[in-house]
Ligand binder design. Structure first.
Ligand code: FES
Length: 573
């Protein structure tokens, strides 16, 4: 139920007893029980959504960050209330954190609908948390800011700078190939993540923090401040102060920030960052909550005209601390200004154009490249379509091997993750470097779309020096990963997409230049195969059942169908 604008602070959303005066009296009595004096009861209320959890190492600094936000709120005359939501970490979410993203979004939305908040600060960072929080705040339609926990500092080992998880994957692949031993891998493990914070390459967490800044949820320059720098705490304090300002003025709500212009800006920035493929799903889901349909072809078009300018792993060499010291996101936006909607709102209340105008001019061109000297010659992300992916598939083109971008090969099919784990390293696996590895049953319905699309190179080929192969799946991959990996094939196999019909030995053609992905099998044969295809069983109970019955396909953002749109700006066709 919408709350009248005149009703603010603790008088918002009074519990329904049929007696509002009693409800407010009771609320105040409980607050006095905490030691809070009644002088503060008429202040604007700022909620602080905490995703601190012992199961989320990336958010280990969240409590300190929240203290700083509370300090900022109090300094500005507001009343801060911290409240918990579920927290998602990539390594502590079975079977996949993406399933739970929608649960965190629902948790956030429902708490924001239930609690008396005039504005909210969302404290997140690890991959799914920021998109989930923005999805929830957008549906609840409250003024919202995001305080990312910030990235880790880079690691150092044996003369190399290391980053999670690009180098976790690289070193693991070297171990599989027999190029390093367990002792070397063990030494590196303790240095891959030397501080608290989110993964410090341009993986999903960094990408989503930057996109949240472009969309107007993060104060300018805040996405990249390292988690352990004092600047991060000062940023948090400023975020608390700004939240009070938003609570007491006509600041735009979360839904009002997500416009066609701001989403288009986010797409351009995603390409210029060489950002995570996961961002395509999250951006579609966040836009969907505001009633905006993300067009995959618009992402592809943006890629063709937007060079990769951020020299960060996994496409480039640097880390988020380098990006921050190089000038941070507004310096990158300045490079892209001719393509951006400069009238979009920034989190500090100004227009994006004003932020760019006043941002310090100094930029380290080694990290934030000029447009005529990009990091990669082509676009970061490409969208493929064809008989194998009628509704689209995503390729991180800039992280793929050039010679494999145009490729035709024979399919070798894995039926889900258990089959993959059981057979990938079999000495008798019928595989050559030209084989196209297929993983299916790993899409949103089939398995919650885990980050399994970066299928390991079969051990016998890895030991022979093969570093990359064409790999195709309905799964996702970590934003920190790389290779000629085609992801998010839609519709997925569990929904009866053509991927379900592929058999070992079929020919598959990847034509990246033509943006095609085709299964070279005639229609009559595919019809015969479809007649014997059966969908997988739906989970029997709980959230897994709700998810499997209602999750949308990857090209729509994997949201639950009944949560898309805000009810007033209908987005579905
Ligand atoms: Fe949390 Fe990478 S696992 S950001």
């Amino acid at each position: 139920m919408p709350v009248p604008k005149a009703v603010r602070g603790l008088s918002r959303r009074l519990t329904r007893y049929g007696d509002e005066a009693f409800a407010r009296f009771l609320r105040e009595a409980f607050l006095e029980s905490t030691g809070l004096s009644r002088e503060s009861f008429d202040r604007p209320v700022v909620g602080i959504a905490s995703t601190a959890s012992d199961f989320n190492p990336c958010h280990a600094t969240a409590p300190g960050l929240i203290d700083a936000i509370r300090r900022g709120v109090t300094m500005a005359g507001g009343l801060p209330f911290t409240f918990p939501t579920i927290s998602l970490h990539e390594s502590f979410a079975y079977p996949s954190s993406l399933i739970l993203r929608n649960l965190l979004a629902m948790d956030t939305e429902e708490m924001l609908r239930a609690l008396p908040v005039d504005a909210v600060v969302l404290v997140g960072g690890c991959d799914k948390t920021i998109p989930a929080q923005i999805m929830g705040a957008t549906s609840a339609d409250v003024p919202a800011l995001v305080a990312p926990v910030g990235p880790m500092l880079a690691g150092h080992d044996e003369g190399e700078r290391l980053g999670a998880c690009t180098d976790c994957r690289r070193l693991w692949a070297l171990r599989r190939a027999g190029d390093i031993d367990d002792a070397r891998l063990g030494r590196a493990r303790g240095r891959l993540m030397p501080t608290h914070g989110t993964c410090m390459v341009m993986g999903t967490a960094s990408t989503m923090a930057c996109l949240a800044e472009v969309l107007g949820f993060v104060l300018p320059g805040g996405a990249s401040i390292p988690a352990v720098h004092s600047e991060r705490l000062r940023f948090a304090e400023a975020t608390g102060r700004r939240a009070v300002e938003m609570a007491t003025t006509d600041a735009p709500t979360a839904a009002a920030l997500i416009t066609a212009g701001s989403v288009s800006n986010a797409v351009i920035v995603l390409q210029a960052l060489g950002g995570s493929t996961n961002a395509v799903i999250h951006l579609a889901a966040m836009a969907g909550r505001a009633g905006i349909r993300l067009d995959l072809d618009a992402i592809d078009r943006a890629g063709r005209t937007t060079p990769v300018l951020a020299d960060l792993k996994p496409i480039g060499q640097g880390f988020m601390e380098d990006f921050h010291h190089a000038g941070a996101l507004p310096a990158l936006l300045r490079r892209l200004r001719s393509s951006l909607d400069l009238s979009a709102k920034a989190a500090d209340g100004r227009r994006l154009g004003e932020v760019i105008e006043t941002w310090p001019a100094w930029t380290d061109e080694r990290v934030i490249r000029p447009t005529d000297d990009p990091v990669a010659p082509g676009e970061a992300l490409a969208v493929l379509r064809g008989s194998l992916a009628p509704d689209g598939a995503i390729l991180k083109r800039a992280a793929a091997s050039g010679p494999l971008l145009q490729h035709e090969g024979t399919a070798l099919v894995f039926e889900g993750l258990d089959d993959l784990a059981a057979r990938i390293d079999e000495p008798s696996l019928p595989v050559t470097p030209d084989t196209v590895l297929i993983l299916r049953g790993a899409g949103p319905i089939g398995a919650g779309m885990p980050e399994a699309g970066s299928i390991p190179i079969p051990a016998k080929l890895a030991r022979a020096g093969v570093k990359d192969m064409v790999r195709i799946s309905d799964a996702r991959m970590s934003g920190t990963a790389y290779g000629t990996v085609i992801l998010h094939v839609s519709p997925e196999a569990a929904a009866g997409g053509p991927l379900a019909l592929v058999r070992d030995g079929d020919r598959i053609r990847l034509d990246t230049a033509g943006r095609r992905l085709d299964l070279l099998v005639d229609d009559a044969e595919l019809t015969r195969r479809r007649e014997v295809w059966r969908p997988p069983p739906v989970p029997a109970r709980g959230y897994a059942r709700l998810h499997a019955m209602h999750v949308e396909q990857a090209h729509r953002g994997c949201d639950l169908d009944f949560l898309v749109g805000d009810g007033s700006r209908e987005s579905r066709d």
